[in-house]
Ligand binder design. Structure first.
Ligand code: ZN
Length: 158
């Protein structure tokens, strides 16, 4: 069952994202954003996304904290770019399942590099760190949905 080589490979991937985070920085034309923090560990994340025609066309973050929180948000943003909002929601739900120890979710290709974090599910204190980026995603999308909610719903297509 246990594959030590695989888990050290995962650890490398986590550290690699932590040291060289993807999509870190400001985002022009941001349409939704959220700031979240995890007081238990001291992690902070500010997520900025741009949503166009129901699709996430860009995702950037700033923040600091432990390797797990920062690697998780880095991995998450790489997956989100190009995703329809529905897909982004599916990825988030799948990741939460993986964090609850679901092995099938932990092997799901849809999670990309995030699968490297599956081992975190064994450490309840760190699960919050891993989920922080997805908390930010949910609040960002919730707030933009509220702003865009109005009579008519979907705009007319070009
Ligand atoms: Zn943390």
């Amino acid at each position: 069952m246990h594959q030590p080589e695989l888990s050290s490979l995962y650890q490398e991937l986590i550290l690699e994202h932590y040291r060289r985070p993807r999509n870190k920085g400001d985002l022009p034309g941001v349409t939704a954003e959220a700031h979240v923090h995890n007081p238990v560990c001291g992690d902070e994340i500010h997520l900025r996304i741009r949503v166009e025609d129901g699709r996430i066309t860009a995702a950037r973050f700033t923040g600091n904290g432990c390797a797990i929180s920062q690697a998780s948000i880095s991995m998450m943003t790489t997956l989100l770019e190009g995703c329809a909002l529905q897909e982004a929601g599916d990825i988030a739900a799948r990741f939460v399942e993986m964090m609850h120890g679901d092995e099938e979710a932990g092997a799901d290709q849809a999670l990309g590099d995030l699968r490297a974090l599956r081992g975190v599910s064994r450490f309840p204190v760190r699960i919050k760190c891993a989920l922080l980026g997805f908390d930010a995603l949910r609040s960002a999308l919730d707030s933009s949905a509220r702003e865009n909610a109005g009579p008519g719903g979907e705009g007319s297509s070009p």
